[in-house]
Ligand binder design. Structure first.
Ligand code: NFS
Length: 662
């Protein structure tokens, strides 16, 4: 990997270098200038009280160093880590709660701007939540489901309703180790309490707290967010779209939706083609209005509507530097404050919309889900009004874009393996058992300006698919693969090993499946649970030949995700930079060895991409051996059922009734 490049996204690299020539700085130059504090970076700095900050350094720091209160390195590193998990859980789950409140508003008839787009999914959720639906109107079902879901956010005692979606054996492990979460709020508050000065000091106990808190994220906050978004906006199925900076159109008004919650973005999708707005754009000299996405909001509207994405986290500044963005509309999370300053060097307007998230210098248009379309129209008008302020300043190459296929919801992954009538995970399990697919790797999370951004993602994906490992992706990783042109069926032909290639060609899918935004990592939990229920592999999530990897992670949300996968039974490897618990061998040992013994999942921090690959394959092959599956050998498969091709599925589909099973 060439460490001199800033971004391994070639189009981004051109823009960043152009920016440098213009005296503009981006996160890449700031990352070079701002070296991480070597003490805080490894988890050895404690600033939870004002006797410190205490920095526990020195040759024998782990044995001898103590903070003013007497806390040792392991306590401090574990406490810092738990706080990261609490923050990540809070972020995903606050987003999830907003979705539920929108569903409630629909159910109570308090908004006409949203409706129930997937009533079947709502009914399936009602069944999981044991809500009787007979004779009830769909809006009433929505109201009852929303009220029930809210319990998972603020229950004081008891267990998550949604935890019942996990395999029994997985839940048994949670029970045994005392990490069954009660609710999002309860666990986040308790995590903050336990990490206050002078409360919880046992690293193992603190880290169990991290797992417990994270499970409230994975199996409630995030999973609820995904489900409710599908109900309100439609469950994704494959769509074609495009990615990278070439999605902007020189003769159109370009509006970018950036952030996380799909509510506002969906309203913008709804209004952007309204004749009055299109006419208004034309009256200002534009040929039309072009909507694009950024970060996870992009994934939400890409999965459901094929709205193109300008890219991942590190592409937000280069997007503005194209000079073509008339407005960026943001809500919450992963929005660099730097874009407001940068936008002033161009004509771009940054519009904040959430009462929770303001940046000085941005235009604020408050978004209210009860009057969603009204807010959306205001924002579109603002972008149109700004079109005529465009200058020639910017670096843009129209051909910098790639085609992609996204939209692999867990429902569609099930459907694609047999059509409506025989949808199941049997073919996937069979392909794994036969060694046609060696295992599954989730390549997810942020891209990072401290690395050649997006480079590790690309290296890892190509190596895994070559080794017949099916890749699933979400979040900024998915945007990276979109911009790289990897999310196409042709990638299987060009880069996948023989077994994976055969599977991809039989179904007509890419070897890297775009499963959505970061909260949609919950879709991967659902797939893993369905694979366990299908039989033939492990009967719990743990023990599957599957690994999660966040090669370039940077956010606290990524840490929360890693923990809920680890607690659910998936080994997770974080690549890129330093381990945030490197200062403590004890904490590192608990997260790797001890967690694996208890949960069959764990968390490694590994900087070297080669080692990330070998460690992941080691876990996959170890799981295959423990399940007594055929040893993986490229090009040599065992006997198995044949995957159904498109024609066979169409025939079955003709006689099909709607699929309502889980
Ligand atoms: Ni995920 Fe989405 Fe991207 Fe990282 Fe941020 S956008 S929630 S945290 S940077 S993947």
């Amino acid at each position: 990997m060439d460490h001199k490049i800033k971004s391994a996204n070639e189009a981004a690299e051109k823009i960043i270098e152009w920016g440098v020539s213009q005296g503009l700085t981006t996160c890449f130059e700031r990352a070079e200038k701002m070296k991480p504090c070597p003490i805080g970076e490894t988890g050895a700095c404690c600033k939870v009280c004002h006797m410190g900050p205490c920095r526990l350094v020195g040759a024998n720091a782990e044995e001898e160093a103590r903070g003013v209160c007497g806390a040792n390195v392991s306590t401090i590193a574990a406490r810092n880590f738990l706080r990261m998990v609490a923050a990540g859980t809070a972020a995903h789950s606050d987003h999830g709660r907003s979705m539920v409140l929108t569903l409630l508003a629909v159910g109570e008839g308090k908004t006409d701007d949203y409706s129930i787009k997937d009533p079947e999914k709502l009914l399936r959720m009602a069944a999981i939540l044991e809500i009787p639906v007979d004779g009830k109107e769909i809006k009433e079902v929505a109201r009852l489901v929303a009220l029930k879901l809210l319990e998972d956010f603020n229950r004081i005692e008891g267990k998550l309703n949604y935890a019942r979606r996990a395999p029994q054996k997985t839940r048994d492990r949670w029970k045994k180790w005392g990490i069954e979460p009660r609710s999002v709020d309860r666990e986040v508050v308790e995590a903050m309490h336990r990490t206050h000065m002078g409360v919880d000091h046992d690293p193992d106990h603190l880290l169990l707290g991290a797992l417990k808190t994270s499970l409230a994220d994975g199996w409630a906050g995030s999973m609820i967010s995904t489900d409710v978004s599908d109900v309100l906006f439609g469950t994704p199925k494959p769509v074609q779209a495009q990615a990278s900076f070439g999605i902007f159109k020189e003769d159109h008004v370009n509006l970018v939706v950036h952030g996380h919650e799909p509510t506002l973005a969906e309203s913008i999708v709804d209004v952007v083609s309204e004749p009055e707005l299109v006419e208004y754009a034309k009256s200002k000299g534009a040929k039309g209005i072009n909507l694009g996405g950024m970060c996870c909001t992009a994934n939400e509207v890409l999965m459901r509507h094929g709205i193109p994405t300008s890219g991942s986290f590190t592409n937000q500044e280069p997007s503005i530097m194209t000079g073509l963005v008339d407005a960026v509309c943001v809500d919450v999370q992963c929005i660099m404050p730097a874009i407001v300053e940068l936008s002033k060097k161009f004509h771009t307007k940054v519009v904040s919309t959430s009462e929770k998230a303001m940046t000085k210098g941005a235009v604020h248009i408050a978004f209210d889900e009860h009057h969603a379309k009204e807010s959306a129209r205001k924002i579109v008008r603002l972008a149109i009004d700004n079109y005529s302020n465009r200058t020639k300043n910017g670096k843009y190459v129209a051909s910098d874009k790639a085609p992609l296929i996204a939209g692999f919801s867990h429902e569609y992954i099930e459907y694609m393996q047999g059509g409506k009538w025989r949808a199941s995970f049997r073919p996937l399990n069979d392909a794994i058992m036969a060694g046609r697919i060696r295992g599954i790797v989730g390549l997810v999370g942020c891209d990072n300006p401290r690395l050649p951004a997006s480079g590790y993602f690309k290296t890892l994906a190509l190596e895994f698919i070559k080794q017949d490992v099916l890749v699933v992706t979400t979040g900024c990783g998915a945007a990276v693969y979109g911009a790289a042109g990897y999310l196409t069926p042709e990638t299987a032909r060009e880069h996948a090993g023989p077994g994976l290639q055969e599977v991809c060609e039989a179904i007509g899918i890419p070897p890297i499946l775009h499963m959505g935004s970061c909260v949609d990592n919950s879709r991967i939990l659902t797939v893993a649970s369905a694979m366990a229920a299908e039989g033939g592999l492990s009967d719990e999530i743990g023990g599957m030949p599957a690994v999660g990897i966040a090669p370039e992670w940077m956010s606290e949300k990524a840490i929360a995700i890693a923990c809920y996968f680890a607690a659910s039974g998936v080994p997770v490897i974080f690549g890129g930079g330093q381990s945030p618990v490197a200062a403590s061998k004890e904490v590192t040992d608990i997260m790797t060895r001890v967690w694996y013994e208890r949960f069959l999942g764990c968390l490694h921090f590994e900087k070297d991409p080669e080692k990330v690959i070998s460690l992941a394959l080691e876990y996959i092959d170890k799981a295959r051996a423990a399940l007594k599956l055929k040893k993986y050998e490229p090009g040599r498969f065992g006997t198995e059922r044949v995957l159904m091709d498109m024609a066979a599925r169409r025939d079955i589909g003709k006689a099909a009734k709607p699929h309502v099973g889980l």
